[in-house]
Design a protein around this ligand. Structure first.
Ligand code: SF4
Length: 83
């Protein structure tokens, strides 16, 4: 089975009200900053279990501050070998 396409979370800080529900759903990728607002990992999320949590965290945000986007896998091989 191939690895799923990595996901990334985008975060709109202007929308975040600091409720913190996202951190309970996806603590591996979202934390609260010292002011109580969300801090979202910039790293791609590849593991299926963590991808489910990332999607749930985005869905549970009452302010729709988190969006899940699919990232294409990085190109492999030397530049001349790529298609
Ligand atoms: S659930 Fe939404 S509003 Fe609440 S801390 Fe997370 S991103 Fe901010």
């Amino acid at each position: 089975m191939t690895d799923p396409t990595p996901l990334k979370l985008t975060f709109d800080a202007a929308r975040c009200d600091g409720w913190g529900m996202c951190t309970f759903v996806f603590p591996e990728g979202i934390s609260l900053d010292p002011w109580g607002f969300a801090h979202v990992t910039p790293e791609p999320v590849s593991e299926p279990k963590l991808q489910r949590r990332a999607r749930r965290a985005a869905a549970c945000c009452p302010r729709r501050a988190i969006t899940v986007v699919t990232t294409p896998p990085p190109p492999t091989g030397a530049p001349g070998e790529r298609e």
